[in-house]
Structures are given as structure tokens and as C-alpha cells.
Design a protein around this ligand. Sequence first.
Ligand code: HEC
Length: 147
Amino acid sequence: MSRAMSKLTPFLCALVLAAACGKKEEAAGAPPPVTKPAAGPAVAAAPAPAADPAARARELFTSQCAVCHGASGKGDGAGAASLDPKPRDYTDQAWQAATDDARIKKIILEGGAANGLAAAMPPYGGMLASEPAVLDELVKLIRSFGG
Ligand code: HEC
């Protein structure tokens, strides 16, 4: 190593270090985003579409609708006693003839209040908007009560 080089070496080292430090500071300038653990229970992914829409519709009617509309669709579920107006009696032939599938679907998705009916009829859009096949089967089920 020449004398000049050996004199320069500490200076070069300092330069290299400074450069390295500069880079470090730059990188440290933007702290990585802190990923907070999700609060509460993990949010379940959207459920896969029902494999058997007809079975799902029957299950849904029993668990969600029968309490008001009655197991046989007569509007005589346990929850109907205190309701006024009463839940629709699906066996009513005049009603079956007067309504159409699109309106039934709309009321199920949007609820009674949004359609000029009693607010006691809840909206099920959150559950069924992404399940058109189940909604179709639910309408068929309601139609089947009419005979
Ligand atoms: C808390 C009680 C309640 C529950 C639960 C309920 N309904 Fe209703 N539903 C009603 C009432 C009350 C009416 C009548 C509203 C009116 O006539 O003003 C109604 C009306 C309806 C209508 C409209 C009928 C018409 O007059 O055109 C449809 C369709 C319907 N419900 C379907 C369902 C379905 C399907 C479910 C389950 C997914 C369900 N309802 C759950 C209370 C309920």
C-alpha cells in the first residue's frame, strides 16, 4: 500500500461508513406500518354459496321466518301474536294470485318498511342478496304454501 493510500484509508472508511449510515437513516425514516392484531373474533369470510339452495331455503324459513309466518306459512308463528298487522298468511289464495315473485323477493330483501308494509317484517338483504338461488327457493317455498 502506498503512503498516500494508507493516509487516505481512514478517510475512505469514514466516507463509506457515512454513506452506509445515511442509507440506514433513510430506511429508518419511514417506520414500517404497525399491523395491529384484529380486535375481537376473526371476521369470517363470506360464506360459500349454498350447495343445496332448496335445503338452505327450508332451513332458513324454519330458523328465521316460521317464528312469525308459522311453520305452515299461515302467519300464525309464536311471534305473530303481538304483531299488528299480522304476518301474511301464505295460504291466502287471493294474496298468492295478486302478488308476484319479484315483489316477494323485494320485500324479503328490503323488509316491510321500505315497501309500505309493517316494519316488523325485517330485511334479509344482508343474508340473501348474495344468494339469489336460495332467494328463488324461498319464493318457491312461499308459493308452495298456497297449494
Ligand atoms: C318478526 C316477525 C317476522 C319475521 C321474522 C319475518 N316476517 Fe315476513 N312479515 C312479517 C309481517 C308482520 C308481515 C306483514 C307486513 C304487512 O302486511 O304490513 C310480513 C310480510 C312478509 C311478506 C310480504 C307479504 C305481502 O303482503 O306481500 C313476505 C314475502 C315475507 N314477510 C317473507 C318473510 C320471509 C321469507 C321471512 C324469513 C326469511 C320473514 N318474512 C320473516 C313479519 C315477519
